[in-house]
Design a protein around this ligand. Structure first.
Ligand code: SF4
Length: 431
């Protein structure tokens, strides 16, 4: 795919030329832009080679006639390409390649500097719980290996590293002894738990083990990458009464073209099938997601597709973020960044739609009864403030329970009937 003189150039700079694409760190595609068939072939080759960037390949470089002819279009259409070199830039060819490699070396060295080592087991055990007496977050892993193109976390925190299962269980037992009733498992992607040290995800097993701790009444896990939600995990959530029937699945977008540019590994179809499966298996499940609007090159059609998906899927809880350029991430270097006003208006459209959906979701709860964990009092002391198992502290809504008894209900569970819904919260009375 590269011409003899370019082979020479790479060799001159101590690079080894390999014959198998899967062995290459750098792929260079020389293109022809003369006739339609050649153009089509070149584009197909670029897309095919871009797949290798998910494995070993670090840089994809495209040069030649097609680039000379369609440079402006190609940089918008093919963000997976790291460098385009036009014919009239051949005299600076090596400078451009060197610049690309250096730029990424700088980013990698930044990752090394900022990489945070995992706390020791003793530090985990000795930490101060700042979330009160009822619940505690329990970190099961650090870092992330998913490399979504908009996200700086893999560069800052390094790859996903799991804590040992026995260490997590030791901490969970210690928390239980301190009076903690609810454990919230967290990691950048909880579904990856165990893969690095046990060769497969051990999240289901870990949840089951924690549920055996007598004093722990509620368990939940947050931040689950869709591809990691297995049938086994759905089954454990469905059948274990201590585990909240709650999936927090940040899907980020639904348009296949945007998902691909985000380097997400689940397609629209896979996401739709997953949601259908979870709702079929666990009809009373709560689904939360988060989305990004205004990702580079997000077209009007991509956004409309997302809006329609939100409308039809009716997530129970949904957060939306305006894309922001994070230094050193591939998406920050993508062409076709979206204007701030467009991001704002797309954000507002999704929020408006979800507010309506949330209101309908809350209205459906009126008349039903729930177990509510009481965690505080309203400022006028007329209401206890609590939440159901389907609500994550500090993220989801609250239940205001009429303070109609002399008994102190703080930190206790009470059975409540929901009598009214407000914008985000509910009002209930003890039954
Ligand atoms: S968005 Fe989440 S899954 Fe993607 S790289 Fe960042 S932390 Fe990992």
């Amino acid at each position: 795919m590269i011409q003899k003189q370019q082979f020479g150039l790479f060799k001159e700079h101590q690079f080894q030329i390999v014959n198998k694409v899967e062995e290459a760190d750098i792929l260079v595609i020389n293109t022809c832009g003369f006739i339609d068939q050649a153009k089509e072939e070149a584009i197909n080759t670029i897309l095919e080679m871009a797949e290798y960037k998910k494995k070993k390949c670090k840089y994809l470089i495209v040069m030649g006639c097609l680039v000379q002819r369609y440079y402006n279009d190609l940089i918008k259409l093919l963000p997976e390409v790291d460098l385009f070199i036009k014919l009239d830039e051949y005299d600076r060819l090596w400078d451009k390649i060197e610049d690309l490699i250096k730029r990424n070396i700088v980013e990698k060295s930044k990752m090394d500097i900022l990489k945070m080592p995992m706390l020791t087991q003793q530090e985990f055990l000795n930490r101060t719980i700042t979330t009160g007496t009822n619940y505690a977050y329990l970190k099961i892993g650090e870092g992330c290996s998913n490399k979504c193109t908009y996200c700086a976390i893999p560069y800052i925190r390094g790859p996903f590293v799991s804590r040992k299962k026995e260490d997590i269980l030791e901490e969970a037992k210690k928390l239980a002894k301190q009076g903690i009733k609810e454990i919230i498992l967290i990691a950048q992607d909880t579904t990856k738990y165990g893969i690095d040290i046990y060769g497969e995800s051990k999240l289901s097993e870990l949840l089951t083990e924690i549920s055996k701790i007598k004093e722990i009444k509620w368990i939940r896990f947050l931040y689950s990458y869709p591809e990691g939600i297995t049938d086994e995990l759905i089954d454990v959530v469905k059948n274990n009464s201590k585990i909240a029937k709650y999936f927090d699945i940040p899907i980020q977008h639904i348009s296949d073209s945007i998902l691909k540019k985000m380097n997400r590994r689940t397609s629209k179809k896979q996401i739709q099938e997953l949601i259908k499966k979870i709702r079929t298996e666990i009809p009373n499940v709560t689904l939360r997601t988060s989305l990004i609007v205004g990702f580079p090159s997000e077209s009007k059609e991509d956004f409309e597709e997302l809006l329609e998906f939100v409308k039809t899927t009716k997530f129970d809880k949904l957060g939306v973020f305006k894309y922001s350029k994070e230094d050193g991430t591939p998406a920050a270097r993508m062409q076709n960044q979206i204007h701030g006003n467009t991001k704002k208006s797309r954000y507002e459209k999704i929020m408006k739609l979800q507010n309506q959906i949330s209101k309908e979701n809350l209205e459906r709860k009126v008349g039903k009864d729930y177990e509510v964990l009481i965690e505080g009092l309203s400022f006028d002391k007329k209401y206890y403030v609590g939440r159901t198992m389907q609500d994550v502290p500090d993220i989801d809504g609250l239940v205001y329970v009429k303070n109609s008894t002399k008994e102190n209900l703080l930190n206790k569970w009470v059975r409540c009937k929901i009598i009214k819904e407000m914008d985000y919260d509910l009002i209930g009375e003890i039954i």
